[in-house]
Design a protein around this ligand. Sequence first.
Ligand code: 9UX
Length: 72
Amino acid sequence: SVQTCRFHIKGMTCTSCSRAVESALQGINGVQNAQVALATEEAEIRYDSKIVSHNQLLEAIEDAGFEAILIS
Ligand code: 9UX
C-alpha cells in the first residue's frame, strides 16, 4: 500500500547535497515522490510498501553519504 515516511537527515550543507539525496530516493523502484528540504534537514517520501521498505529508503540515504533517522 502507498505510505508516507519522513526522515531527519544529518550532514547536508548545500543544495547539491539535498538534490543528490532527492535524486537517489526518486530513482528507487517503488518511490512515487521524494522531497528533501535542506532548511529543515528532512525528507518526505511517498512509496509503495509492497515494493520498497522504509529501511531500504534509509539505506539509500546513507549510501548517498548522509546519516538518516526515521521520524514518522
Ligand atoms: Mo555541496 Mo554536499 O558543495 O556533500 S554537495 S556540501
